[in-house]
Structure formats: structure tokens, C-alpha cells
Design a protein around this ligand. Structure first.
Ligand SMILES: N[C@@H](CCCC[NH3+])C(=O)O
Ligand SMILES: [Zn+2]
Length: 434
């Protein structure tokens, strides 16, 4: 390892995750997201929104891998798997774990009861249709809270449950009163909120707020909302209700993380997530990607509250359970999330990782990797690798440049593995001895 640089690894296996050579995050910070991006130079004009209404530095996570995630095409969770996932989520530090409706099936009912009895730190919720029968079953299971949902867009009112807004309101108030009478939390969410009549849903949310609901929920059920639409709706809603605001974003148009961030800026208090984003169709805001976003926006809050180093094993557990791979471009845990390749990048990364990294991999127990196995490598990265191999004192800079040229020549012919580049370095070194 280069003695004068901050980089983790050029070429080969990086050092232990607890290396003290991470990037140089500035120390300035306060609560509620008033914090510059990690490594952001003081001269940067960019600031995160940091007004009185923003909750980017004090949000809560409602983790729905065991509810929305069960709607993922590949998902089948038996009780043992559900318990493993629930415990891993609890260890990660999520505030709430949301479970499939106990009305869905006998196993859903039994498993919900069993998970309530695990004694986890996270509160256990179940998500049911907004009617008395479902709410009674939910309460029976011993949950800490009941999440009520009903469609409010004209599509859903016409083609799904057929109820008018007045009917929805009177059922909602009856069910909210019932759940509250049991002394547990209750949330009321509309479904397809962004394609519902704005005045109608604001009235409905206000009535629920008056009835003492703990949270109202806004759901982008079809994933069509943009961050600006989200900001506008949540900001407006924030002025209409005093209770907490939960948000739920599908990722059909790739905006689920940005929408969650925008919702928090506008005053939402809770974000629904699932591990790797699994859910109906292509899913919802992924827990890991949200963590990546929020650790940059509000590092103190996120690092002190969530066990970020457990993210990789949590994602691996869920990926295995639903038989998918962690995507190559996944924030933080994708295999190349901290791999630097171009020579010009590698040089700067080795000198100061913040140059090309917004996230410090060590925060997540990950390590960075500087690749030297390609035609676009540079001599600074090769020099760092030579030093890792313990040969640093035996190469002049000119010799490093010469062996770099050989690596690039070979990399023009075929793809190289790290063993190939090491062999080129070692054989060049042997020639120097003769
Ligand atoms: N999966 C449902 C849930 C809505 C409530 C979420 N808190 C939807 O996308 O509409
Ligand atoms: Zn959903």
C-alpha cells in the first residue's frame, strides 16, 4: 500500500474495512441535514435544502420487504425466512417493519403473530384494506400499528372498489376510531395519490387527521410522479395536516429514491422501503439506495441511527431469498460501486478519495478498489500496486512508466486479470535484476 496516499487498494485485494485511510470528510455538521456533502469543498455553491420544513435529517423508515416485497414476482418467504429478514432489518435499525395483511392467507396470519412475538426493537405493522373486518384481524395479531389503505384515484374508484369519496371517508373514520380504541398506531393511506383529485384527498386526509390518525400516507402506486410533483403535493399536505406523513414510491420511471428525498425536503416524516427495492412490478425505493442518498445529505443522522455496515449482508440475505443477484450498479454494494479505473481518476483517488467519491465506502464496511488491468490505467495506479507488492523501492518513476506501457500494450490485445498485470510487473522486475 502506498505510504503517502489515502487509497485503499490499487489492483489487488483491498485492506481491512476499518482502515483509517478513508476520505477527508469535513467536520462541519449540524442536525436536520444542514451538512455539506462529504468531501465537498467549502467553495461549492451547492447546498441541500435546509429549511424549517425539511425532514432530511430526522426521517423514519417503514421497511416493507415483508409486505411490498412479498409482491415481487420471485418472492416466497416461509416463516423461517421472514424471521431471518425481520431480525436483520431490526439489526440494521429500521424504525418499522411492515408485514403482509393477515387476511391474505392462513400463513400470513400465523406469521404475523409469530413476528409480533419476536420482541424486536422495530415496531411491527401490518398493511390491510380499509375495512373493519381486515382491521379486526390485524389487531388480533398483536401488531404495534395498522396501516390502512384504499384507492382514491378515479381509476381505482371506478375499476377496483367502486366507492365514492364520501363513502371512503366514512369507512376510514370508522376504522381509524376502532384501531385507536385498541391503543395502537394507525395510518391511513390513499392509493394512487398522484392521480387522485387533489382537493378530494386533502379533505380526506384532513378528516383523518382530525380523527387522530398517527400518519397519513401518500403513495405513487404507478411510479409516475416526479420529484417536483412530490414536493408540491407533500408541501401542500404539510400545511393541511398536523400528523406524520408517510410516503411510498414505486420505481417504474426510476424516480423512487429522488422522490423520497424530495418528499422529505417537503416535510414528509416517513419513507417506505424494501431491500433491493423488491415489490410489485419493478418495486419501490430501495433501502440501500436511500441510505446512499441520505448519508450524503444528512451524514450524522444516518451514520448514528442505522447500522450501515450490515447493509451488504442484509441485501445478500434478501437477494438469496428471492433468487436474484445484487445489480452491478447498485449504490454502495454493486460489485463496482467503489472501483476506479481510468488513470486520471486513479491518480486523484490515490491522493484523496473524495476527488471521485461522494460516499466513503468505509461507512458501509466496503472498500475501494483501483483497477490497473486495462488500457486506460495510468502509472500512478501501477506505482501504488508495485508498492503493495513490496517492490516500491526498486522501481524508479521512469521504470514504473515503462512497465505501465507494457501493461497497456497487453491490455490492448486482451482483457487482463490482476494476476496478469502482477506477472507483467514481476517479470519486468526480474529483468531489472539481470
Ligand atoms: N403498494 C401500495 C401501498 C400503498 C400504501 C403505502 N404506504 C401502493 O403502492 O399503493
Ligand atoms: Zn406499493
Amino acid at each position: 500500500m502506498c505510504g503517502t496516499c489515502n487509497g485503499d487498494a490499487a489492483g489487488a485485494a483491498p485492506p481491512a474495512a476499518n482502515s483509517t485511510t478513508g476520505n477527508a470528510a469535513p467536520s462541519a455538521s449540524t442536525s436536520n441535514g444542514v451538512h455539506p456533502a462529504q468531501g465537498k469543498p467549502a467553495s461549492s455553491p451547492y447546498q441541500f435544502v435546509q429549511d424549517y420544513i425539511s425532514n432530511v435529517g430526522r426521517f423514519k423508515i417503514i421497511e416493507s420487504t415483508l409486505r411490498e416485497g412479498e409482491q415481487f414476482a420471485n418472492a416466497f418467504f416461509d416463516l423461517e425466512t421472514k424471521i431471518k429478514i425481520a431480525k436483520a432489518l431490526d439489526n440494521f435499525g429500521v424504525d418499522y417493519i411492515e408485514l403482509t395483511s393477515p387476511v391474505a392467507s392462513q400463513a400470513s396470519y400465523d406469521d404475523c403473530k409469530a413476528i409480533c412475538q419476536l420482541g424486536l426493537k422495530a415496531k411491527i405493522l401490518t398493511h390491510v384494506r380499509c375495512n373493519m373486518e381486515d382491521a379486526r384481524k390485524a389487531v388480533e395479531c398483536g401488531v404495534d400499528g395498522v396501516d390502512l389503505v384504499i384507492g382514491t384515484s378515479s381509476f381505482l374508484r371506478e375499476y377496483s372498489h367502486g366507492k365514492s369519496m364520501d363513502m371512503i371517508k366514512s369507512i376510514a373514520l370508522e376504522v381509524i376510531a376502532y384501531v385507536k380504541s385498541k391503543g395502537i398506531e394507525v395510518r391511513f393511506s390513499s392509493e394512487d395519490s398522484f392521480r387522485s383529485n387533489l382537493v378530494d384527498i386533502l379533505h380526506l386526509y384532513q378528516a383523518c387527521d382530525k380523527a387522530g390518525v398517527d400518519r397519513v400516507g401518500v403513495a405513487d402506486t404507478v411510479g409516475g410522479a416526479t420529484p417536483r410533483m412530490v414536493y408540491d403535493l407533500i408541501r401542500t399536505l404539510r400545511c393541511c395536516v398536523g400528523c406524520d406523513i408517510e410516503t411510498h414510491f414505486h420505481d417504474d420511471t426510476g424516480c423512487a429514491v429522488a422522490n423520497a428525498h424530495s418528499a422529505l425536503e417537503a416535510g414528509a416524516t416517513h419513507v417506505d422501503t424494501s431491500v433491493l427495492g423488491i415489490g410489485e412490478r419493478n418495486g419501490i425505493t430501495p433501502l440501500g439506495a436511500l441510505m446512499a442518498r441520505m448519508v450524503v445529505t444528512a451524514p450524522d443522522y444516518v451514520k448514528s441511527k442505522y447500522n450501515l455496515k450490515a447493509l451488504k449482508s442484509l441485501e445478500t440475505l434478501v437477494a438469496d431469498a428471492v433468487q436474484v443477484n445484487i445489480p452491478f450498479n447498485n449504490p454502495v454494494t454493486g460489485f463496482c460501486a467503489f472501483t476506479h479505473k481510468a488513470g486520471i481518476h486513479a491518480k486523484a483517488i490515490l491522493a484523496n478519495p473524495s476527488t471521485y467519491e461522494i460516499i466513503d465506502p468505509h461507512d458501509f464496511g466496503m472498500t475501494r478498489y483501483v483497477s490497473i488491468n486495462s488500457r486506460i490505467t495510468g502509472w500512478n495506479a501501477v506505482k501504488a500496486r508495485i508498492e503493495q507488492l513490496g517492490l516500491g523501492s526498486e522501481f524508479s518513476d521512469d521504470q514504473v512508466k515503462e512497465v505501465t506501457a507494457k501493461i497497456k500494450q497487453m491490455a490492448d490485445i486482451r482483457p487482463l486479470a490482476i494476476d496478469d498485470t502482477d506477472s507483467i510487473i514481476r517479470s519486468y522486475h526480474l529483468d531489472l535484476q539481470i
